[in-house]
Design a protein around this ligand. Structure first.
Ligand SMILES: [Zn+2]
Length: 453
C-alpha cells in the first residue's frame, strides 16, 4: 500500500506523552496510519520504498489541528449588522430569523466554506453542532460537505424544543417536537456513525443549550447517546446570563444541572464553560468531562475569560474550538491557540501558559475531548493526520524557535495537510475542490439570504 515519507523538516513536534521533537525530522505514513517518526537519517531506509517523498525543509510538522466546537452553517452570517456588538442572548435573537430562511443548499455551502477555511489553516478534524433544521435541512447536508473537502468530521445532531411561547429563547418556528428530534438522532447515528478507529465520520447528540431545550430532552438525549455508544455535546455556562438563567429556572448552577441530567462523563463535552466555579471544575475533572474552549468567541461576545489554567491543572480534558462564524467570525485554530495563551497570561502572568501548551490544546487536547485516542499525536500506530507548516512566510520568518513561532508568529496558512494519510491541502491549495468553487457556492447562498432579510 502507498507509503508517504515527509522528511527534512526543520522540526517535527510529535505531541506525544513526552513532548518529543525531532530536529531534521521525518514522518512516514502508510495505510492511513503513522508508520514511523524520527530524524530524517533514521527514516532514510524507508525512502527506497516510498511512493511519494515530500521535502519539508524550513517547515514544522505537527499533528493536524482538532476543532472541538463549530456551527458551520453560521459562516454565511459573519459580521452581521445588528449582531456585531451584542452579547449572547441579544445576538441570538438578531440571528434566529435569518437562520430560519436557510435551505439545505445554504447549509451545504456554508459548511463547505467553513471546512475549507479550517483545512487551509491546518485543521484535520472538526466537530460541528447543527441545531436548527428549517425548510428540509438535515444533518446529512453537513456530512456530505465534509466528505467533499476531505476532513475528518464529528457531526452532532443538535436541537431546540423550547420556543419563546414556553419561556425559551428561540422563536417557536425554529423549535422541533422532542419525539421527532430523538427519532432523527437515531436515523443519523444509524446512517453515518462509525465507531471504529480511523473513522472519518462520527455522530453525536447535542441539544443546543439549557435555555432552548427541556430537562426531559436533555435526559432522554443522554439515555439515547449511551444506548447508541455516541458522545454528547452542548453549550454550558457560557456567560453570566447563562448562569443566571440556570439559577432562576432550575435552582442550581450549570454544573449541577448537567450532573443531575446525566451530562457528565468521558463521553460528554461542553462548549465554553467560561463561568465554571471550583466545584464544577472538580466535577469535570473527576468525571473526565471534556471542555471545548472557544477564546475568540468568548472575547467577541464579551462572555469572559474561561478558567483554562485551573481546568488544565485540575486534570480537565480541554480542547479548542473556533465556535460558529457568527460569533468569531473566523475559523482559524492557530489563532484560537494564540488567543487562549494570551487570555491566560492576562489573568495569571507571562509564565502562566507556554506556547507548546497552547499547541497541545489545539492537537492532542482536542482529540482527547472528542474521544479520539487514535488521533492527536504523531506516534506510530496513530492515524496519519498531519500538518506541514512552511515557516518561511512573511508572517513567521524571524522566529527562532519554530514550534513556539507557530503560536506566537503563526504562518498565514498550512502548506500541506494530510488526513488518514491522504492529501487534503497541497502547496496551500485545496486538493478536492478549489477556493473559487467554494466561495462561488457560498456567495450564491449569501445573495439569496440577503435578499430575504
Ligand atoms: Zn457554540
Amino acid at each position: 500500500m502507498a507509503l508517504t515519507l515527509i522528511r527534512n523538516a526543520t522540526v517535527v513536534a510529535t505531541m506525544d506523552d513526552a513532548g518529543t521533537e525531532f530536529a531534521g525530522g521525518a514522518v512516514a505514513m502508510r495505510d492511513g496510519v503513522v508508520l514511523a517518526v524520527g530524524t530524517s537519517a533514521e527514516l532514510q531506509p524507508l525512502a527506497g520504498h516510498a511512493d511519494e517523498i515530500i521535502d519539508a525543509a524550513g517547515c514544522v510538522v505537527t499533528p493536524g489541528l482538532v476543532n472541538t466546537h463549530h456551527h458551520l452553517y453560521q459562516t454565511l452570517t459573519r459580521a452581521l449588522p445588528g449582531a456585531t456588538e451584542a452579547s449572547l442572548f441579544g445576538w441570538l435573537k438578531r440571528l434566529y430569523p435569518i437562520w430560519a430562511t436557510y435551505t439545505p443548499d445554504d447549509v451545504f455551502a456554508a459548511t463547505q466554506l467553513g471546512l475549507a477555511e479550517m483545512a487551509l489553516s491546518g485543521c484535520t478534524m472538526s466537530s460541528d453542532h447543527l441545531y436548527l433544521f428549517p425548510n428540509g435541512v438535515t444533518l446529512d447536508d453537513t456530512i456530505h460537505a465534509a466528505q467533499g473537502i476531505g476532513l475528518r468530521f464529528h457531526a452532532t445532531r443538535g436541537s431546540m424544543s423550547v420556543g419563546e411561547s414556553a419561556g425559551g429563547l428561540p422563536p417557536d418556528s425554529l423549535v422541533e417536537r422532542e419525539d421527532a428530534i430523538l427519532a432523527d438522532c437515531i436515523r443519523v447515528i444509524d446512517r453515518f456513525h462509525d465507531a471504529a478507529d480511523g473513522a472519518m465520520v462520527r455522530v453525536g447528540v447535542a441539544p443546543c443549550s439549557p435555555f432552548s431545550v427541556s430537562q426531559g430532552l436533555m435526559r432522554d438525549a443522554a439515555l439515547l447517546a449511551r444506548d447508541k455508544g455516541v458522545m454528547l455535546h452542548t453549550h454550558l455556562a457560557e456567560d453570566a446570563d447563562d448562569v443566571a438563567f440556570s439559577l432562576e429556572r432550575f435552582g442550581c448552577r450549570p454544573g449541577q444541572y448537567a450532573e443531575e441530567l446525566g451530562w457528565t462523563g468521558p463521553d460528554v463535552w461542553h462548549a465554553h464553560c467560561v463561568q465554571l466555579d471550583h466545584g464544577e471544575i472538580d466535577l469535570f475533572a473527576r468525571t473526565r468531562t471534556g471542555v471545548a474552549h472557544c477564546p475568540g468567541s468568548n472575547c467577541r461576545l464579551g462572555s469572559g475569560i474561561a478558567p483554562v489554567r485551573r481546568m488544565v491543572d485540575a486534570g480537565v480534558k480541554v480542547g479548542l474550538g473556533v465556535d460558529g462564524s457568527a460569533s468569531n467570525d473566523s475559523g482559524n485554530l492557530l489563532g484560537e491557540a494564540r488567543q487562549a495563551l494570551l487570555l491566560q497570561r492576562v489573568t495569571h502572568g507571562a509564565t502562566a501558559f507556554a506556547a507548546r501548551e497552547a499547541l497541545r490544546l489545539a492537537t492532542r487536547g482536542g482529540a482527547e475531548v472528542l474521544g479520539r485516542s487514535d488521533l492527536g499525536s504523531l506516534t506510530p500506530g496513530k492515524r496519519a493526520d498531519c500538518a506541514v507548516w512552511d515557516m518561511a512566510q512573511v508572517a513567521s520568518t524571524g522566529a527562532w524557535d519554530l514550534v513556539a513561532g507557530l503560536i506566537l508568529a503563526p504562518p498565514s496558512g498550512v502548506r500541506d495537510l494530510f488526513v488518514e494519510g491522504r492529501a487534503v491541502v497541497r502547496d496551500g491549495e485545496l486538493v478536492r475542490t478549489t477556493r473559487r468553487a467554494v466561495v462561488t457556492a457560498a456567495q450564491k447562498s449569501l445573495s439569496r439570504l440577503m435578499a430575504l432579510a
